[in-house]
Write a protein that binds this ligand. Structure first.
Ligand code: T3D
Length: 255
C-alpha cells in the first residue's frame, strides 16, 4: 500500500499521508513518496494543494520505531524533512494543511510549513520533540516562532502540552476549525476557491511574505514593485480588470 496517496479534483491536488495505523508517522518511504507528490504538484495544471492524513491522524512526526543508535540524524533531516519543507515553501501555489486529527512532532512542523492550516475539531496538536529529549526540527523553530511569537512558541514547545483545535484557533496556529463531519467538504470548498483564484498573484504574495521575514522596508518595497510589475503582465490581471468593468465575476485561469 502506498504511504502517500495523491488525487486530483480539477486544479486541486490532494496529498494524503497514508499510514493510519501509526498516525501517519514518517518513514523513509513516506518521505520519498511525499517528495514525489510535491514534485508532481509543480505541474501548472495544479493551482492549489491540500496535505492531509488518513485515519485519525494528520501525522505523529518521525516514526519512533525507526530510530537507531548509529544514525546520522543531521544527514537524515537534510535528506528528508528539509527537502519536503523547502518544496512546500518554494511551490508557486497555495498549500493547505488539512489537519484532520493528531498532529505532533515533525508532523506539526510540516503543517506549519504550509500556507494555510484548517483543523477538524477532532484535531489536537502536540510538540512531541521535547517529550523524547529532542529540539523542534523540520522548521519547528522557524515557522512556530513566526506563527506564535517567541514567548508562546518557547513555552509551548518546551512544555509538550496538548493543544485542542479550539486553543490552536485562539492562538492563531490554525485559521479555522470545522466539525469533523463537515471537514473534508469545507477543505474541498476552500481549496477550490484558491484554485480558481489568480494563481500567479498568489504565488508572488507567498514569496513576498517569506522574503519579508528578513527584509528591510526599502528592500520589501522594491520587491513588491517588481512583483506587481510581473502580476500586471498576467492574463488574470487583464481578466480581473475586465470583469470589474463588465460588473461580472472574474474567471481566472492562472495564466
Ligand atoms: O532522528 C530523527 O528522526 C529526528 C527527527 C525527529 C522528528 C520528530 O518528529 S520527533 C517527535 C516524534 N513524535 C512523537 O514523539 C509523538 C509520539 N506519539 C505520541 O506521543 C502519541 O502517539 C500522540 C500524542 C501523537 C497520540 O496519542 P494517542 O493516544 O492519540 O495515540 P497512540 O495510541 O499513542 O498511537 C496510536 C498508534 O500509533 C500506536 O500504535 P499501536 O500501539 O496501536 O500499534 C502508536 O505506537 C503509534 N504511533 C504514534 N506515534 C508514533 C507511532 N508509531 C511510530 N512513531 C510515532 N511517532
Amino acid at each position: 500500500m502506498a504511504e502517500v496517496e495523491v488525487s486530483h479534483d480539477c486544479a486541486v491536488q490532494t496529498i494524503t499521508l497514508n499510514r493510519p495505523d501509526k498516525l501517519n508517522a514518517f518513514t523513509h518511504a513516506l518521505h520519498g513518496e511525499l517528495q514525489a507528490a510535491l514534485e508532481e504538484a509543480r505541474d501548472p495544471a495544479v493551482r492549489a494543494v491540500v496535505i492531509t492524513g488518513a485515519g485519525r491522524g494528520f501525522s505523529a512526526g518521525q516514526d519512533l520505531t525507526a530510530f537507531g543508535e548509529a544514525r546520522d540524524v543531521a544527514a537524515m533531516l537534510r535528506a528528508t524533512y528539509h527537502v519536503n519543507v523547502t518544496a512546500i515553501r518554494s511551490l508557486e501555489k497555495p498549500v493547505i494543511a488539512a489537519v484532520n486529527g493528531v498532529c505532533a512532532g515533525a508532523g506539526l512542523s510540516l503543517a506549519c510549513a504550509c500556507d494555510i492550516r484548517l483543523a477538524s475539531d477532532a484535531a489536537f496538536f502536540v510538540p512531541g520533540f521535547v517529550g523524547i529529549g529532542l529540539i523542534p526540527d523540520s522548521g519547528g523553530t522557524y515557522f512556530i516562532q513566526r506563527l506564535l511569537g517567541t514567548p508562546r512558541a518557547f513555552e509551548w514547545m518546551t512544555s509538550n502540552r496538548r493543544l485542542t483545535a479550539a486553543e490552536a484557533l485562539a492562538w492563531g496556529l490554525v485559521s479555522e476549525v470545522v466539525e469533523a463531519d463537515a471537514f473534508s467538504a469545507r477543505v474541498a470548498e476552500h481549496a477550490a476557491g484558491l484554485a480558481a483564484a489568480p494563481t500567479r498573484a498568489i504565488a508572488l504574495t507567498k514569496r513576498l511574505y517569506d522574503e519579508a521575514a528578513t527584509s528591510t522596508l526599502e528592500e520589501q518595497l522594491e520587491r513588491e514593485a517588481a512583483a506587481q510589475a510581473e502580476a500586471a503582465q498576467t492574463g488574470d490581471f487583464r481578466e480581473g480588470v475586465a470583469a470589474f468593468g463588465e460588473k461580472r465575476e472574474a474567471r481566472f485561469s492562472g495564466s
